[in-house]
Structures are given as structure tokens and as C-alpha cells.
Design a protein around this ligand. Structure first.
Ligand code: ADP
Length: 371
């Protein structure tokens, strides 16, 4: 074992401790060690983590079963071995039941090294298994949460779509046709279209999860004018912006062409602009495209609720959200997908924000594919 272990000895006899040390070094273990011989000493030593603890069975006023109990209160997985004269089968079984790793008799000290090594290996395996189990539990939890959020998110535009369609059907019944208000009907159709678009965006995000998670993202690069992409997205979100009383201010050169994947870049722009509208608290949003020579810079800056410093990195993670879902709908996928797509293009995305003062997202996209 190459790394240096931290070994704690619960032993009242310094000579026995030295004997034990020599035995373990002879076996080839590298370790630093400390010795304690009382409950108070052990209590103090247990404020730090140990790789392995070896205890004598009986010490004056103290013994291995009580030491084991103290250890297990704070260090559930640290291997705990007992070294002693013969203690009888029953006592040994009781110790193993309480979580001792092994028992070595003093007349057979050659067994100590292998016993320590094995208990360390077992602790490592246990740790890995626990971590895997924890990760699995977390993943299952995230999936369940996600399914309920997804169902809820899809349901909202779907319900409004159904209501609007039913309203239209009623208005188009022969007996109602005479009093049909064309403007009202047109507004309803617009709402139907908006709900359908929202559903479409959500389904697109769902479809993108697998592609973005499983493989390297395969980009379909072609010559794309970022200014046109942004202008189109603004056009498509104009109605949403008006409904949210948000004005979109756009500053850009006439054209800015790069080798990008048009659908992916459109998705990024659309995510950032719809977030700025959603979280923009009815204030104007500034959208800027800047030609930086070999790179394009896109900035989307709102004056809305903002993001706290501790949330600013987290929101780029999958399903990560920094707002209560009761107030703001969403999957927590938009920024995650956006970052992966931008990085696949060799670019970067950054946020700067003060809570209550708004958020600014800056995307840098190299115009050419990296060689
Ligand atoms: P969604 O908006 O669906 O939750 P995103 O991945 O687009 O998912 O955003 C993740 C989180 O980042 C949001 O839930 C929100 O907390 C925060 N966020 C994103 N954009 C903004 C913004 N412009 N202003 C404030 N918070 C934002």
C-alpha cells in the first residue's frame, strides 16, 4: 500500500504498541500513528478521521467493546481490529456483531498485517458501494422529480390549448356564427399558437436531453448569420414579450456570419431571450451582438430578479433551478443544454448578476470550428 495511513492505537502498554508498530512495518504498511489509553483520549482522537483503529481488548478502566461503541458513533466505516490474548468465542462474536472488522490473538501477530490490509480493502469496497448506491438514489429521485415537473409543465400549455380550442369550437357552432367576433377569434387562435409553441419548445428540450447527455454533440455546421438568428427569435418571441410587458432592445452589426449549427444556436438564443422575458420582471431587455473579429459575442441583459452568487454556477447544471416552480415554470434544462451546445462549438457562456438588479448572460462563439 503506497499511501501513508493514519493509524490509531487504543493500547495502555507502550511496549505492546511498539511491537505492533514493528509488525505492521515489517508487513510493508506505511503509516503514521498515535496511541490513546483512555475514553477521554479516544474521544479527543475521534475528532479527526482515521484509516484504521487497532484496540487492545482490555485496558485499565476501559475495554475494546466500549472503544468500538465510541468509534462507531462518529466513524461508521473505519476498520476496527482487536488485538488481545484469548478472549473466548462469545466475546469475539459479540464484537464482530457490533461492527469490529477482525480479531487477532497476540500469539499470532503475523496475522495482523494481512488482517489490516483486508479490512482496509473491505472498507474501500463498502465505501464505493455506498457511494454508488447514493448516486443511484439521487438519480432516481431526480428522475421522479423531473417526471412530475415535466408532467406539470406540459399540462399547463396543454390545458390552456384545450380551453381555447373548446372556446373556438363553440364560437364556430352554426347557432353562434352570426355573432362571431373575428378579432376575438383571432386572439384566441394566437393564444392557441402560443401554447403550441411553448409545448414545442418543451418537447424540443426533452428530446435534446438524450442527445446532449449520451454522445458528443454532433454539430451540423454551416454559414450562419447570428444577427438574423437573433432577429428571428426576437420576432417569434415578440408576442410573449408584449404579454410580459417587456421591451426587447437589439443592437447589432448588419451581419455576423460564423460556422455554426443553426438549430442549436437558435435554441441557445431562444433560451436566453425567453429567460430574460420570464425572469425580467417587466423591465426592458438589452440584446447585443458584437463582432470581435474571430469570435462573436452575444449579450442578453435583463433588469429582473437576478441570481445570487452561490446559484450562478449551479444554474448551468441539469435540472438546476434557482426559483420556486410555483412562480416560474420550467425544466431547469435550458441553460444546461445551452452551455453544452456552446462548448461543443468551442465557445463559452458566463453570467454576471446581482440579485434584484437583473442578470447578464454573455456567450462567446468562435466563428470557425477549432482545428
Ligand atoms: P428554467 O428557466 O426552465 O428553469 P434554465 O436552465 O433556463 O431553466 O435556467 C435555470 C435557472 O436559472 C432558472 O430556474 C432560474 O433560476 C435561473 N435563471 C436563468 N435565467 C435567468 C435570468 N435571466 N434571471 C434570473 N434567473 C435566471
Amino acid at each position: 500500500m503506497a499511501s501513508t495511513l493514519k493509524l490509531l492505537l487504543v493500547e495502555d502498554n507502550p511496549d505492546d504498541a511498539l511491537l505492533l508498530e514493528r509488525e505492521l512495518r515489517r508487513f510493508g504498511l506505511h503509516f503514521r500513528w498515535e496511541r490513546v489509553d483512555s475514553p477521554e483520549g479516544l474521544e479527543a482522537a475521534l475528532t479527526q478521521p482515521w484509516d484504521v483503529i487497532i484496540s487492545d481488548y482490555s485496558l485499565p478502566g476501559f475495554d475494546a467493546p466500549s472503544a468500538l461503541k465510541m468509534v462507531r458513533r462518529t466513524q461508521r466505516d473505519t476498520p476496527f481490529l482487536i488485538v488481545s490474548g484469548s478472549i473466548g468465542e462469545e466475546a469475539a462474536v459479540a464484537l464482530l456483531k457490533d461492527g469490529a472488522s477482525d480479531f487477532v490473538v497476540k500469539t499470532n501477530m503475523a496475522r495482523l498485517g494481512p488482517a489490516v490490509e483486508r479490512s482496509l480493502e473491505e472498507a474501500g469496497t463498502r465505501r464505493e458501494r455506498d457511494q454508488a448506491l447514493e448516486a443511484l438514489t439521487r438519480a432516481l429521485q431526480a428522475r421522479d422529480e423531473f417526471l412530475s415537473i415535466a408532467a406539470h409543465e406540459l399540462k399547463t400549455p396543454l390545458t390552456s390549448l384545450m380551453l381555447q380550442a373548446q372556446g373556438l369550437m363553440k364560437a364556430l357552432m352554426p347557432e353562434n356564427l352570426a355573432s362571431l367576433n373575428r378579432d376575438k377569434a383571432a386572439t384566441t387562435v394566437e393564444r392557441v399558437e402560443r401554447s403550441a409553441r411553448r409545448l414545442n419548445q418543451l418537447v424540443d428540450q426533452l428530446l435534446e436531453i438524450n442527445r446532449v447527455t449520451n454522445d458528443r454533440i454532433i454539430l451540423a455546421r454551416e454559414a450562419v448569420d447570428l444577427v438574423t438568428v437573433v432577429r428571428d427569435v426576437i420576432g417569434r418571441t415578440a408576442e410573449l414579450a408584449t404579454a410580459a410587458k417587456v421591451s426587447l432592445q437589439f443592437v447589432a452589426p448588419a451581419r455576423l456570419v460564423g460556422q455554426w449549427d443553426p438549430d442549436r444556436v437558435t435554441m441557445v438564443v431562444s433560451n436566453l431571450i425567453s429567460n430574460a422575458i420570464k425572469y425580467g420582471a417587466n423591465h426592458p431587455v438589452d440584446i447585443t451582438v458584437v463582432d470581435e473579429g474571430e469570435r462573436a459575442r452575444l449579450e442578453v441583459k435583463d433588469r429582473g430578479i437576478g441570481i445570487s452568487a452561490e446559484d450562478q454556477q449551479r444554474i448551468f447544471g441539469r435540472f438546476e433551478r434557482a426559483v420556486p416552480s410555483r412562480h416560474y415554470g420550467g425544466f431547469g434544462l435550458g441553460l444546461w443544454i445551452s452551455r453544452r451546445v456552446i462548448e461543443a462549438h468551442g465557445g463559452s457562456i458566463q453570467v454576471s448578476s446581482e440579485p434584484g438588479q437583473g442578470a447578464g448572460f454573455t456567450v462567446i462563439l468562435p466563428r470557425e470550428a477549432p482545428r
